[in-house]
Design a protein around this ligand. Structure first.
Ligand code: SF4
Length: 336
């Protein structure tokens, strides 16, 4: 077993190379976020923008992926980031899959334990870990609980949000989105319930519906209709539409909004991560091309598909159940 990381370029170094473990990345308002990216995943989502360093058959051959980097090197990169000005928005741990197995978990939480001993105000005392939740759904999570408790003792100010990315509202949809076995749907959905069993005051468990409708449509709450994009689950019904929710997803949905409704009124619905359409970056174009190739006729894009009023009405109905706001607003809320 081994732990793989994807190296990054730090935006605080103008002519920087893709050689940093911990880096400043453009997310939220300046001075942006700190991030650490794991490589390797146990799913293979068709719209994954990180497929080159995540998909099971690809990540080991990516040039930016390195294996078993000592934690000291992560600390070096973290310590070299300029910290004299305004705090970075948060620290985000993403992938790949950061909670891929026990070895990844030991590695990640050993790093967090190390930074918890120092200045965490420089990233607003907030860490967001983004996971597909499979490990959480399949284990009792005592290992993570013991790390969280220890970290809370070391640094009671530090909050750790663990955000589970849901990959579909029923087993077939899960299989379609993740290109993986429908049997894993249960683990993906159960992850939130299992995470909530962890008793540690620094933990913020949360979920997000992954790869729903396109971002500009979600962010404008349906006003920006120029290109409505989604994946069709079946019979002209887009993914996550309540007509096709499995009972398990329905229970998760209402449990989640009940848990979060008092934090901020935006959480009267479930957050949804959209199919990216609003950035003119190469990685966005690559992920869109990849998704269109994989999903073929079930990838609906109103700019190219034959206009389908039934689908578009169903897409607009999703806004009653899901929301997306700016990264700044959303992540800041998670780490409050
Ligand atoms: S779970 Fe995340 S990292 Fe893994 S394939 Fe899906 S989108 Fe990519």
């Amino acid at each position: 077993m081994a732990v793989y990381l994807a190296l990054q370029k730090s935006v605080c170094e103008e002519s920087g190379q893709q050689d940093k473990t911990v880096a400043v990345q453009k997310c939220g308002n300046p001075p942006y976020e700190l991030s650490l990216r794991f490589a390797g995943c146990n799913l293979k989502c068709g719209a994954c923008f990180a497929s080159a360093y995540s998909w099971p058959e690809k990540y080991r051959s990516s040039r930016r992926v390195k294996v078993d980097i000592p934690i000291e090197r992560l600390m070096d990169d973290f310590n070299k980031i300029p910290k004299s000005g305004k705090s970075y928005n948060w620290m985000r741990i993403l992938g790949g899959e950061p909670l891929l197995n026990e070895e990844y978990i030991h590695y990640l939480f050993t790093f967090i334990e190390r930074i918890a001993r120092g200045n965490t105000k420089c990233f607003n005392n907030g860490i967001v870990i983004q996971t597909n939740g499979l490990y959480l759904g399949l284990h009792d999570n005592k290992l993570i609980e013991s790390y969280l408790r220890k970290i809370h003792t070391i640094n009671p100010s530090l909050k750790i949000a663990i955000e589970i990315s849901i990959k579909g509202s029923n087993p077939d949809e899960f299989s379609l989105l993740s290109q993986s076995s429908r049997d894993l749907f249960h683990a993906n959905i159960t992850a939130y319930k299992n995470l909530k069993k962890i008793e540690s005051d620094n933990l913020r468990p949360t979920v997000i519906a992954g790869f729903g409708i396109n971002e500009s449509y979600l962010l404008s709450n349906g006003k920006s209709k120029k290109s409505m994009m989604t994946i069709i689950s079946r019979d002209n019904i887009p993914i996550y539409h309540p007509d096709i929710w499995a009972d398990e997803f329905r229970a998760l949905y209402y449990q989640f909004v009940d848990d979060w409704k008092n934090n901020n009124s935006i959480f009267s619905k479930m957050p949804m991560y959209g199919i990216k359409d609003e950035f003119n970056y190469n990685w966005v174009k690559y992920a869109l091309r990849q998704a269109k190739n994989i999903y073929g006729t079930v990838f609906y894009d109103s700019a190219y598909s034959t206009h389908n009023e039934v689908i578009e009405n169903k897409i607009s109905e999703l806004l009653e159940y899901f929301f997306l706001v700016s990264n700044q607003e959303y992540y800041s809320e998670l780490i409050k």
